[in-house]
Ligand binder design. Structure first.
Ligand SMILES: [Zn+2]
Length: 247
């Protein structure tokens, strides 16, 4: 049997259409978006990156966003949607793209559906492939276990994980021998609160996509490679389906 690989596979590279990735903090969403990008040759569109890029380039949208964030407020849907729309109109999104961190609300999801239907990707056949929403589903107990296993070096900032990336000597930084600490952010109570917030915000979104028939689940309990394979299987199967239905 072939050993699974995450390198770019030119035979698999083709139009995937629009993809939305959902998953709780720590489920590995960003990593999987990058692996999809490497495998299928389509860009990862992260709203966090977009926002930082607009601020850095000092665009009108970036200036508005910065002013709002400076007041400690959340960047409104309209502004985020404007950035996403501009990015999706770029040439490298013609064959498909993976949205990471968007949509966050049902209103944003409805906006995206409307834009896709209205031909946001007009003249770009791949964008007519129906939206696929992949939820990396993972047991919260397991997530808490993973996230509370993070240890940080207060001296050099190196991050370890007791399960995946332990220091050579327990409790001590490999680089400089400092005693490792658990950051406030990585304490169990803080993590549980973060997961509750995520669930509260995301449940309406997963319901919306489930009712629309776009939602697919992959098991997030496996290794990075197992999850990547499950996602590739979903996308390959969908490729067959969309070829048949368009024939
Ligand atoms: Zn260190």
């Amino acid at each position: 049997m072939d050993i699974p690989t995450v390198s770019v596979d030119t035979h698999a590279r083709r139009a995937t259409g629009p993809i939305v990735l959902l998953g709780a903090p720590g489920a590995g969403k960003g990593t999987q978006a990058k692996l999809i990008a490497a495998h299928f040759g389509i860009p990862q569109v992260s709203t966090g990156d977009l926002l930082r890029d607009h601020v850095r380039r000092n665009t009108p949208l970036g200036q508005q966003a910065q002013a709002i964030m400076g007041r400690g407020e959340l960047v409104p849907d309209q502004l985020v949607c404007g950035m996403v729309e501009g990015r999706l109109a770029e040439k490298d999104c013609e064959q498909g793209f993976t949205l990471d961190g968007f949509p966050r609300t049902v209103a944003q999801a409805q906006w995206l559906d409307g834009r896709l239907q209205a031909g946001l990707l007009r003249g770009k056949p791949a964008q007519k492939v129906p939206l696929l929403v992949i939820d990396i589903a993972i047991d919260y107990g397991l997530l808490v276990q993973r996230l509370t296993a993070r240890r940080t070096c207060p001296h050099c900032g190196a991050i370890y994980n007791l399960h995946f990336n332990p220091p050579r000597k327990p409790g001590v930084c490999d680089g400089d021998g400092s005693n490792l600490i658990t950051r406030k952010d990585d304490e169990e109570a803080v993590i549980v609160e973060r997961l509750k917030t995520y669930e509260r915000q995301t449940l309406p979104l997963t319901d919306y996509y489930r009712q629309g028939g776009a939602l697919r689940r992959v098991d997030g309990a496996g290794t990075v490679e197992q999850i990547a394979q499950a996602i590739r299987d979903l996308l390959e199967r969908r490729g067959d389906v969309s070829c048949r239905s368009s024939a």
